[in-house]
Design a protein around this ligand. Sequence first.
Ligand code: ZN
Length: 131
Amino acid sequence: MLHEYSLKADTQHFYNITSQVQEAVSKSGVTSGICTVFCPHTTAGITINENADPDVVRDMLLGLDKAFPDRPEFHHFEGNSSAHLKASCVGSSATIIIENGRLVLGTWQGIYFCEFDPPRNRKFYVKVSQN
Ligand code: ZN
């Protein structure tokens, strides 16, 4: 079953989407299987990281800004090559195991939609499979 979610991404930010992904799993009725979260955009991505201290994802954004600064040598007409670089760095999907109808995540893990080229109206997909 495929679930589609909309997200209004106003700022460069890691948006915590864990509860929406768990909701998709619960709605699907799947108790044991696999869940794929997919971002269909080229300047945004999906990652799993710490959800306890919000400074962690803030620091990750600072690190990505430092690693992939905007450069005058870039050719891309849209002027957002650093956002494309960050998106490829974090990747466009995450796969999470489902057991007993719940996402199998570590205690400190959350699932994040990573926006690198705001403001945008975004969407992401959650595909849940029983196996
Ligand atoms: Zn572009």
